[in-house]
Ligand binder design. Sequence first.
Ligand code: WTA
Length: 652
Amino acid sequence: MSTSTTNIESVLNEQRVFPPPAEFSARAHIKSMEEYERLREEAEREPEKFWARMAEEIHWFRRWDKVLDWQPPHARWFVGATTNISYNCLDRHLSTERRTKTALLWEGEPGETRAFTYEELHREVCRFANVLKKLGVARGDRVALYMPLIPELAIAMLACSRIGATHSVVFGGFSAAALVDRINDAGCRAVVTADGGYRRGTEVKLKAAVDEALRETPTVESCVVVRRTGSQVEMKEGRDQWWHELVETVGADCPAEELDSEHPLFILYTSGTTGKPKGILHTTGGYLLWAHLTTKWVFDLKDEDVYWCTADIGWVTGHSYVVYGPLSNGATSIMYEGAPNHPAPDRFWSIVERHKVSIFYTAPTAIRAFIKWGDEHPRRHDLSSLRLLGTVGEPINPEAWMWYREVIGKGRCPVVDTWWQTETGGIMISPLPGATPTKPGSATKPLPGVAADILTRDGEPVAANLGGFLVIRRPFPSMLRTIWGDDERYRQTYFGEIEGVYFAGDGARRDRDGYFWIMGRVDDVINVSGHRLGTMEIESALVSHPAVAEAAVVGRPDELKGQGIFAFVTLEGTREPSDELKEQLRGHVAREIGALARPDEIRFSDALPKTRSGKIMRRLLRELAASGAVKGDVTTLEDFSVIEKLRAQEEE
Ligand code: WTA
């Protein structure tokens, strides 16, 4: 059974409803469903007027001439306006009491902490922005950030956006090969990295991977290296320089550039259904507005909060909800470098207790791991500072949701299940914690301004409780603008599936109360621990191994990771299947893409099940991977004996 089916079934049985606690609502930014409805209707009735009113929350150097220019499928928001996200996240707070408030509170995996007030963070960002300029990085240039989760990563992002350089953060868990593709696709001029980072007590050697990558990246002129672990690294003369030495050579005065609202802010690569990752492009004004507003609404952020989003900044959640959203709201944002179970499975709860975290945002895969590790770990800690809990990344099963609410939130804290994507830049469907009654497993309702809907493939509306495709009917400020270097793919992927609307790639249903229940991906993207991986990418990696003739990769339900990776592989004529070869192939994929793409299981097969027209029948493979049997329609299968053989292996 696929994850999505499991979800549909539990949905039908799910009757529990939890209204927001009265004392929470009383103090919330949005206090009731009436207030939510008023905002929603305002946005529905006069969208541009609504967005113009919302945009008052942001500092603009110059105001817009026009709120929206929509030439489907291309949107330009706040046309003619200028702003700067680094200014909004830093400078704007310096004339207020927040000047001396903690902006970033960082904890390294080995246990050290560093804190930056807004004033201090501003200074560090200005200095690094001057370093970038000194290295020749100018407005419009791309900079790759391949770093551990350390303050310098946030500083580098804010420094780029301060001078109008477009950052491309590449998750530190990706391999050198994956880094090469991303650097070359964006044509990055500089790379910022560190000697290494810590993960579960061992050092991840980032600089070594960069050295390997930079042999194949002609556009990179310079590489800045943060000294994090102190381990021995090679520094290439004329290319590599230490961060701490460079910042000594520049001043701390660097005014934020006035950038066009549509200036490219960042590129973030995400998986699609074809081999090549997509460089999702976000621009300045619209992204900033939505990151700001959603952080305020969904996390109900107040000045006294200590806010912690556990995501790595290598993913969009870290961009919007570790860095930009919280800082533009003047929050105290916590960053933790390492693994949740290092040195022990109570690390997160120890952080919550020691730093008095009040808002906690994590992923279902982490919650399922906590459940497995046992209640004694959170119970050992004082979690009374918590007032709000959130989840993101994949559908959360109602059991995990209930555990989160009861064991972590002690039944006091609203739980916000937030649906969104790299492409949407910010949260789209989510409860408002002071207003929306929640149902375990449902992301509830679209936020005001988000015209989410569920349609058939033909664009017809779908009745209550029937599954369909999740779409967004109207442009929204934080939507991706294009796929870097491939506008045609942008058109096809997001606007070519269903006429006239943004197609999210997820299946969903809406219940009679108008609540959305996300059912998971409808394309060949699998969601491993909340991280999107294209099956094609893993297949290409497998096929690049000399022993492999053909490969088909499918997801199968996994108790912890949401989905696990199952690969069917046919070998080149002369190669014999063996356990050793399986291990080699798993290692090969990890080297090509990164450890998170390492297949959980590999099965060798003489042939793959194909239709008469030669298409691999993934549905059958998915069924086989999940349950060891094939029940569905096999009439289009070219050679039934293939399935028989695969199944026979299952029974061995
Ligand atoms: C899935 C992460 C159900 C979904 C912010 C989406 C979710 C993909 C939820 C985007 C949720 C994310 N409930 N599914 N609350 N949040 N997803 O781009 O399939 O890494 O399309 O962005 O994750 O993943 P991405």
